[in-house]
Design a protein around this ligand. Structure first.
Ligand code: CU
Length: 165
């Protein structure tokens, strides 16, 4: 699928980006240059569903554009990037097929906005556990992040203290 995307899609289009005013909220000791994925977290899922959501903040502090080609996790059959758009007052999700990150840009995912949609979960996501996500970028290559799992319907990541170092 990644290969197909790469060849079908023309030039990088930045329309889908949420340029984050919230980048100052990014914590942690990431290098100031390069491409980083931080603040990853996921929501617990109730029994009886195999669909979940996760969030991550991606910053491209290089001087070239990059593109998120795909996301994988050992516990999900498929992961898509979704954006939330309002149509006639109703919030709907739709897949972002070309996740471009222009030089210097950031994409801050959050509930009600851009998110990662996990389908085909092999087991429910349990609060307190950690979800492993691998984000593959066209230029930067694969980046694996650990996403602590917050409670059902949580609006924010679990306490930072919950991170396993
Ligand atoms: Cu979604």
């Amino acid at each position: 699928m990644n290969i197909r995307l790469r060849f079908l899609l023309p030039a990088c289009i930045a329309l889908t980006l949420t340029v984050a005013a919230g980048v100052s909220m990014v914590r942690g000791g990431e290098a100031s240059a390069g491409l980083s994925a931080t603040e990853a977290w996921a929501r617990a899922t109730p029994p009886g569903t195999d669909v979940g959501a996760a969030y991550v903040t991606i910053e491209n502090q290089t001087d070239t554009g990059d593109r998120l080609l795909g996301i994988t996790s050992p516990v999900a059959a498929k992961i898509e990037i979704h954006e939330t758009v309002e149509e006639d007052g109703v919030a709907r999700m739709r897949p972002i097929e070309d996740a471009c990150l222009t030089a210097g840009s950031a994409l801050a995912m959050r509930p009600g906005g851009t998110h990662l949609m996990l389908t085909g979960l092999k087991a429910p996501l349990k609060e307190g556990d950690v979800l492993t996500l691998t984000l593959t970028f066209e230029t930067a290559g694969p980046l694996t992040v650990e996403a602590p799992i917050a409670g059902l319907g949580a609006d924010a990541p679990p306490d930072h203290a919950a991170h396993k170092m």
